[in-house]
Design a protein around this ligand. Structure first.
Ligand SMILES: [Zn+2]
Length: 403
């Protein structure tokens, strides 16, 4: 189908997890999609005629997943660094593998990631890596939405801030608005202070978001305190980095006062639970963040440390890791873990009309085939999706009204 044609698609007899304000779950409903948006939900007027109808009895529709922190092309480093602590995983395996990385590698690594993401029901992703013009090509061709940031170290012979800005401005709004961009300084523990200050100024000047790694370990906090006399969060605040919208991956070693800074500045932390468990990193204090109104999102991180891009499993892990860590089965109850992985992610990446099913929202949705033993009986559809389903149950994926 050509871009721009106003296709009218009707999904019939389907169960719907809306993730709207009222936590509405509909049984045997109809969903009408017109062009890029949801036109009707529940009852569709008889006068509304579809070009394409799909009977989805025994299927379930919900908002697609948003992966709020990944390095898609790291599919190429999948399973080469298992069972190593963070520092050794980085230095002994990942940096070595990435030292010979070409643009072509980035393209095919991201294409493999796109295939995996679509199969698992991801509709949008925040990528932090090199050669982002090639990842932009992949997002465009695959039909995905994305927030792309070129990884910048701010020292050595790598890309300059100007390169990062140029690429960000060039691709912002590309692919008919499906691609947004951000500046991607690596982290406060790698980037020099002056560089981070320049990034902060440039982001404000150009109206760009910042996507960064932050507070991954207590060791990083200790080094920051020794070097700057403050936590990594305070350090970034004082450099002006939080004056623009910020997506901050990990945020494990954060204090109560760091969380107050996040709440005040609107910083959005991204928990990557499977990566945190696998690398033995610790636990992002998600309930404490949510209690402050911080709309934390969920990511997989790169497949070099996960080792996949399965966001449904990540939503499950987001709930399970907190329940175990806090020895409290009541935390992250109901559909909240699904919201973190959909609604919160979409908003965090700047796609505010996605991550929810309601009239007027973007038609970014997924269908799960429930004709499976592990999805019966159906006491709670949310419970079945969150704690019984897996990525392989996703049968259809739609972005901006296109399958
Ligand atoms: Zn990362």
């Amino acid at each position: 189908m050509n871009e721009g044609t106003m296709a009218r698609i009707l999904l019939k007899n389907v169960d719907v997890i809306t993730l709207d304000r009222a936590n509405e779950v509909l049984r045997g409903a109809d969903v009408a999609i017109e062009g890029k948006t949801i036109a009707h939900l529940g009852q569709v007027p008889e006068t509304w005629v579809a070009d394409e109808g799909l009977d989805l009895a025994d299927h379930l529709v919900m908002p697609g997943f948003w992966n709020a922190h990944t390095h898609a092309s790291m599919t190429l480093t999948r399973s080469i660094g298992d069972d190593l602590p963070l520092e050794r995983w980085f230095n002994d395996r990942i940096w070595v593998a990435e030292s010979g990385l070409t643009e072509e590698d980035v393209y095919w690594g991201a294409m493999l990631a796109a295939a995996e993401m679509i199969r698992g029901g991801t509709v949008g992703f925040a990528d932090h890596y090199f050669h982002q013009h090639r990842v932009a090509e992949v997002a465009e061709q695959a039909g995905l939405k994305a927030l792309l940031a070129t990884t910048l170290f701010g020292a050595g012979d790598e890309l300059t801030l100007e390169d990062g800005i140029e690429e960000a401005l060039h691709y912002h709004g590309a692919a008919d608005g499906r691609i947004r961009t951000a500046l991607g300084p690596h982290s406060p523990y790698i980037c020099p202070s002056e560089f981070l200050q320049d990034v902060a100024i440039a982001a404000q000047r150009e109206g760009l978001m910042i996507h960064i790694h932050l507070a991954e370990s207590e060791a990083q906090v200790a080094v920051s305190r020794e070097k700057y006399g403050k936590s990594p969060v305070e350090h970034l605040r004082d450099l002006g980095v939080f004056e623009s919208p910020v997506l901050a991956a990990h945020c494990i070693a954060v204090s109560e006062s760091d969380l107050d800074i996040f709440a005040e500045k609107g910083v959005i932390p991204v928990q990557c639970p499977q990566c945190h468990m696998k690398l033995g990193m610790g636990v992002t204090p998600v309930p404490a963040m949510l209690a402050r109104g911080i709309p934390v999102a969920v990511g997989t991180d790169g497949p070099g440390s996960n080792n996949n891009l399965a966001m449904l499993e990540e939503a499950q892990n987001a709930a399970l890791i907190q329940k175990l860590h806090l020895r409290d089965a009541t935390v992250l109850a109901g559909d909240l873990p699904l919201r973190l992985a959909t609604t919160h992610g979409a908003r965090a990446l700047g796609f505010a009309d996605s991550g929810i099913l309601r009239v007027g929202a973007a038609a970014d949705l997924i269908v799960l085939d429930c004709r499976k033993p592990h999805l019966r009986p159906r006491h709670s559809l949310v419970g079945n999706v969150l704690y019984a389903a897996h990525s392989g149950d996703v049968s259809h994926v739609m972005v901006d009204g296109r399958w």
